[in-house]
Write a protein that binds this ligand. Structure first.
Ligand code: K7E
Ligand code: CUA
Length: 662
């Protein structure tokens, strides 16, 4: 054991001992005097940045303003959202379809804003579903989930989605290695070393935003954790951190921490594209869902795709290299110039910083330290720019400003450390409350950081907020980085558990924000584009109600002729053409959520009545002074009844043979 590895070993023991919690001293330290002024956004004024924050196990994404920390919206992505009817309306259910059927939840960790020439462009934001591997694209015109693509040959889509500088690809590395989908997966778990493989996927994004899996690369059975695309000079490469190079399949806490170094995997995707073009990829039969929301029909479709192209590095020289990285790396981040790649070993005592120029030279000189499963391993010293010494305990993630500085989060020692990339000197450190995970600097992962702030996304709140029972809100903390020293400005609670977040100047999004759906563009097959088109039709045991909503009534508002055993479909068209006037729709006893229908849009609620009687329907969104009058009734009769289908608004003559009920 040399001195540095001894140091690592000692620090590792200390780190493991304190992994469970470490509260910084001076936890109640005061914020600087002008913090309130710096975060105060006067009523009616706009924030400077939008902040898109992952919701972790809430499966959603939330949108805050910075510097105020005000919550603007929760965007449902992988989880159903009864507030908006997402995943409950017939139109949105297909968004949550997978090869396993309907999966109404996921674990959303990472955010990737679209880029042009390495600069945020405000078109889309991508997010990963960890559990049932998926990538979603949210359209920033509407702040709605526009597309969800399942990832085959993957299990735990954690190393995802990280975007290339012209949004050519979002990448997806599997956290769990598994028997691949085209093999017989029914194998003993302890045959891990023979039968379990990893993959990284390159998901192409076309100019309209539409995603497709261009190719996958099969890898040794490690665990991929995070990734970053190269930029500038390193454009064309993606760097994936991985742990468990021991290929352990039990007690990873100990067994995956044996080796001094794990790896960062460097993938030359331009080379991979050449191999795909040259026919080197193997077509494999798999099954994965591809779900797309159509803005004109306001409905999603889900297709199961059956094929994927897989490259094996064994047949593709010069495509994949491993770079040793101390002790179970987590974060893997590339600086704005694209020259430096920062690895963050969770149990390491240093932060290694690699040089892209040196990586290229080491490859050219074949400066290898053997291979790992046939893939060349670059010599650590030959690719290293240097190590940040004594930075803190448990480095996780690094962001950058435009002035050559890096900001690294330390989970175990609960702090943010600012250091200079050129000479690796630590410049400043501030505590976080508590146990910070990701950091985010506006534009921090791009070629053009906007700087100004770093936001810490913390795992634990403890004593920071009013107690709310056994679980407390997770928390973000805003720090001013405009000076030499970082200054804490604000705490604000978050929805779900925040992992990564990205902030973007508001004007890049505001100018494109959509206000309504034009009623004349509405192609939903069940739309009623005016009260004259409102109707109720029976088709076998289905009753389709084409209902319009406008302040402050539904047309029709009285419906009869439904029989027990029928399925009733309420197709509600919101005829409003004004910004911010949705209507809601609910019916008593429905085993479903409400609908929330945007101006010009049609959404459908399916309802299977469970008893005869008269059931109220009403608008759930306070839309006008007479919102409370926006209501109606639907009558359900016995299966054999001869009540005909009738529907009306504003008429009160008896319809149908009601005498029988008198
Ligand atoms: Cu560090 Cu899932 Cu990005 Cu959370 S991960 S912190
Ligand atoms: Cu419509 Cu309330």
């Amino acid at each position: 054991m040399n001195t540095s590895s001894k140091l690592i070993a000692i620090t590792t023991v200390a780190a493991i001992a304190s992994l469970i919690g470490c509260k910084p001293r001076g936890a109640q330290s005061a914020v600087s005097g002008d913090a309130a002024q710096k975060t105060y956004v006067a009523p009616g004024k706009y924030d400077e940045f939008y902040d898109f924050v992952s919701g972790g196990f809430s499966g959603q994404m939330s949108v805050y303003g910075l510097p105020s920390g005000r919550l603007f919206r929760v965007i449902p992505v992988f989880s159903v959202d009864p507030e908006k009817g997402y995943g409950y309306s017939e139109e949105t259910k297909p968004m949550l379809n997978t090869s396993h059927g309907y999966v109404p939840w996921d674990d959303l960790h990472h955010i990737a804003l679209s880029e042009t020439n390495g600069v945020q462009d405000g078109r889309w934001v991508f997010a990963n579903g960890n559990n049932t591997p998926r990538i979603a694209r949210v359209d920033l015109k509407t702040f709605r989930t526009a597309e969800i693509l399942e990832i085959p040959n993957s299990a735990g889509n954690h190393s995802s989605p990280f975007i290339t500088e012209n949004s050519e690809y979002v990448v997806a590395g599997t956290r769990f290695s598994v028997p691949l989908d085209n093999t017989n997966g029914d194998v003993p778990i302890n045959t891990y070393k023979q039968n379990f493989k990893g993959t990284v996927s390159f998901v192409h994004v076309d100019t309209s935003g539409k995603m497709s899996i261009a190719f996958q690369i099969q890898t040794p059975g490690v665990n991929f954790d995070l990734a970053r695309a190269g930029k500038g000079k390193s454009h064309g490469w993606v760097f994936f951190s991985c742990y468990n190079s021991e290929k352990a399949n039990t007690l990873l806490e100990v067994n995956a921490s044996q080796r001094d170094k794990d790896f960062i995997m460097c993938v030359n995707w331009k080379k991979a594209e050449e191999y795909v073009k040259a026919g080197k990829a193997e077509k494999r039969t798999v099954a994965y869902a591809h779900n797309v929301y159509n803005e004109n029909s306001h409905s999603a479709t889900s297709e199961i795709e059956k094929e994927v192209l897989v490259l094996d590095p064994k047949n593709c020289p010069d495509m994949v290299y491993f770079m040793p990285c101390p002790k179970s790396p987590h974060g893997c981040d590339t600086d704005p110039s694209g020259e430096y790649i920062v690895g963050s070993g969770k149990l390491a005592a240093v932060i290694p910083v690699f040089s892209f120029t040196k990586i290229q030279k080491a490859i050219a000189d074949k400066n290898f330290d053997g291979d790992y499963d046939g893939i060349p391993v670059l010599k650590y010293e030959s690719v290293l720019h240097g190590e940040v010494q004594k930075p803190g305990l448990g480095p996780l993630h690094t962001e950058f400003d435009a002035d050559g500085n890096a900001y690294t989060s330390f989970f175990v020692s609960s702090e943010i450390v600012k250091w200079r990339i050129s000479d690796l000197k630590v410049l400043d450190r501030v505590p976080t409350y508590y146990s910070v995970g990701h950091l985010s600097v506006p534009g921090g992962p791009t070629r053009k950081p906007w700087g100004k702030y770093v936001i810490a996304y913390n795992k634990i709140t403890k004593d920071r907020y009013l107690p709310t029972g056994p679980e407390l809100a997770q928390s973000a903390q805003l720090y001013d980085i405009s000076g030499e020293k970082m200054k804490l400005l604000l705490d604000f609670p978050t929805i779900g558990e925040p992992h990564y977040a990205e902030a973007i100047p508001a004007d890049l999004i505001v100018k494109n924000s959509q206000k309504i759906y034009k009623i004349e563009d509405n192609q939903n097959p069940f739309a009623a584009k005016g009260d004259a088109n409102a109707k109720v039709e029976r088709k076998g045991n289905e009753v389709h109600c084409y209902i319009t909503a406008i302040r402050s009534h539904f047309t029709p508002d009285n419906i009869e002729g439904v029989k027990l055993g029928d399925i009733v479909y309420f197709h509600i068209t919101n005829l409003e053409q004004d910004w911010d006037i949705p209507h809601g729709f609910a019916v008593k006893g429905a085993n479903n959520a409400e609908l929330l229908i945007m101006p010009g849009e049609t959404q459908t609620l399916a309802w299977k009545p469970d008893r005869t009687g008269v059931f109220p329907i009403y608008c759930t969104d306070f839309c006008s002074a007479l919102h409370q009058e926006m209501q109606g009734y639907i009558r359900v009769s016995a299966p054999g009844s001869n009540v005909p289908i009738t529907f009306s608004t504003g008429k009160n003559e008896p319809t149908g043979p009601i005498a029988q009920n008198k």
